[in-house]
Design a protein around this ligand. Structure first.
Ligand SMILES: [Zn+2]
Length: 389
């Protein structure tokens, strides 16, 4: 599999270098996709026939076809200003390649996908047949029958993952039990809902983070290597880097799992979901707070609620950042100053006493007149485009 990933890197970099070189010739007027198509022909009809590149014929042709496709998409994204100019693929950035079943026939509307030829059927169990490679055993159990065409294999921290698009029916519209909810996101309690339920980050996340920081502390005196000084990392340092990478992966997996499950539960139960605008510039001033927020995945939480709107028919509403949700009394509307350390809201006007986060969540639920306008997509940065070309 590392060989296949190496093949993909080779093709991707070949295509990228040739594309850049082709821009140097004046008088050629052709779009990127036309250029890449010609480059692909050179690769197939010339490069692959050379004896020194005979090894490229050992691998499935779908790997290089999809490498060219990836490259085309990366260049197109850059042209639109959505990402930086594509860089060369390196071993350091991890292994990745895609395999697909050629000549797949797509089902017509309303027809079940499984009837169609040239698609890979994944059966319940642990075996996945990668087209052009063979059967691999997965650690995770597949529960149902799926059919798919393209499989992307990646390696992160010495673990191999396979992902693919599957054919599935849309989730049928569901009835939400509760009409509206306000959610206050925080550091002490991950989420406080206006119906006074709370969601805490899993304890396994904290454990995994502690393990990581302990390991980093224990290995603080290792010879880490410094390219500028010409010092190489010691063998034990390399082992340590691998172990750290595995622990980072574990933390990321726990967090993603937690966020996916909670956002799905919320999207199934509540129809209108109201959250606060996470004030980015305000938080940069407070590094510790900013770090806690990004490491908890508060942005990711909101992003998931956002895209799950179309899956579950929910409405996500953002309350504008100037609405003082934690400084307002949720009973009488009196506004008073609240320090970050104050955990209980004691109203100075009506002497109402309530948990700080719950008070904020109720205010978010009530904040009909403080909704933020929907965000506009980031505009294209022209300066970046110029620099890269
Ligand atoms: Zn009050």
């Amino acid at each position: 599999m590392r060989g296949m990933a190496g093949f993909r890197r080779f093709v991707y970099n070949f295509g990228l270098e040739m594309l850049k070189a082709s821009w140097g010739f004046e008088g050629i007027k052709a779009s990127d996709s036309v250029r890449l198509n010609e480059i692909k022909k050179v690769f197939t009809n010339h490069v692959m026939t050379l004896p020194e590149y005979a090894w490229t014929r050992n691998y499935s042709s779908t790997i290089y076809q999809s490498a060219f496709q990836d490259l085309g998409e990366a260049v197109a994204r850059w042209r639109k200003g959505l990402s930086e100019f594509p860089i060369l693929a390196t071993k350091k950035k991890g292994d990745k390649f895609s395999l697909y079943k050629a000549n797949a026939v797509y089902p017509k509307k309303g027809e079940p996908a499984l009837l169609f030829t040239n698609r890979v059927v994944i059966e319940p169990g642990r075996k996945i047949n990668l087209p052009g490679y063979g059967t691999v055993r997965s650690l995770e159990l597949v529960n149902y029958y799926y059919s798919s065409q393209t499989f992307t294999v990646t390696r992160t921290a010495d673990k191999w993952f396979v992902s693919s698009n599957i054919d599935a029916n849309r989730v049928p519209p569901i009835i939400h039990k509760v009409e509206k909810v306000g959610i206050d996101l925080g550091i002490k309690t991950f989420a406080t809902l206006s119906d006074s339920s709370t969601i805490s980050a899993p304890s396994s996340l904290k454990k995994a983070k502690t393990k990581l920081s302990k390991e980093q502390w224990r290995n603080r005196n290792k010879q880490f290597g410094n390219r500028n000084k010409g010092v190489r990392a010691s063998l034990n340092a390399k082992k340590f880097f691998e172990s750290v990478a595995r622990k980072h992966l574990k933390i990321a997996n726990i967090r993603r799992d937690f966020l996916q499950k909670t956002t799905t539960l919320i999207s199934k139960k509540y129809y209108t979901i109201r959250v606060e605008d996470l004030n980015v510039s305000g938080m940069v001033a407070n590094h510790k707070l900013a770090e806690a927020i990004s490491s908890l995945g508060l942005y990711e939480f909101r992003r998931m609620l956002d895209y799950k709107q179309s899956h579950y028919g929910t409405e996500l509403e953002v309350v504008d950042r100037w609405y003082p949700s934690s400084k307002t009394c949720s009973r009488c509307g009196h506004v008073q100053n609240m320090k970050l350390s104050e955990r209980v809201f004691n109203c100075g006007a009506c002497s109402f006493s309530i948990d700080r986060d719950l008070n904020a969540a109720i205010n978010l639920e009530k904040g009909d007149n403080h909704l933020a306008k929907p965000k506009e997509k980031k505009s294209i940065k022209k300066s970046r485009k110029k620099k890269a070309s």
